[in-house]
Ligand binder design. Sequence first.
Ligand SMILES: O=C(O)CCC(=O)C(=O)O
Length: 257
Amino acid sequence: MTTSRPEFLQGISPHHGEVVRNVLNREIRQKLAAKLDAMPSSETWYADIYAKAIYGPMVFRDQDLGIADTIKQLLPEYRILADLYLEKTPGDDGFPFHTDFDSIGFMERPEEMLTVWIPLTPVNEVGSGQLSIVMEEGAVRLSLIREANQLHSLLRVVDPTVPEHPPFQMTRQEHEYMERTKFTPSLDAGDALLFCNAFFHKSEGVAQGKRAAYIMRLVPKNAKFNRMRLLGLKKLGQNLAVVNELLEQYYPDALEP
Ligand SMILES: O=C(O)CCC(=O)C(=O)O
């Protein structure tokens, strides 16, 4: 676990920036890698920026991997909603600083979504494809502005009477501030970095070989979902496997013809 946690951060997100060691042991990692290797890359824009990207392999549901049980013990107050697999090679750009509201804007409180990022190859030095997150209060405030901006745009997808607003943009100074203050943990294969998706994060470069990461998106068990924004994401074709499941579960009437 990481040490000092400012009170404001604790208040917004109890797990942001936590590192948990050896969440997936070698045997599970090997089984997981074999499954993911056998699956084709998804047809998403993720696949344009990674050597291989599988959006929603849903392998956390496989009994023989036991991932859901592991997470249940680690984070009993959460439920796993989705997963993602990314392979990154030296030529890939990866993601610059971002938050994930475009795909998870369906939550009443999107900042509560928790990512469990598990490298399947060690990421313990520069050039190994680490993940950086930012925990400074200023950056968190900026991220919440971005959240408001993206959720506004998502409402507009369904309700054209919502007026247009210029897209969120980061200044050079804000970008430099994040680079200066980012936290880039050293992780072994199977360790996990926990972070809330409302907080800025970015993928660092890979100098050689391949970096593989298995990523899960979790929500508090009592999370509430927003009907209109779910419909907005459905209209945009974003994160459809999860969006359709949530609509069926919480707003089945919205799917009636
Ligand atoms: O693994 C990466 O390169 C990026 C992961 C990421 O941005 C995310 O999980 O939201």
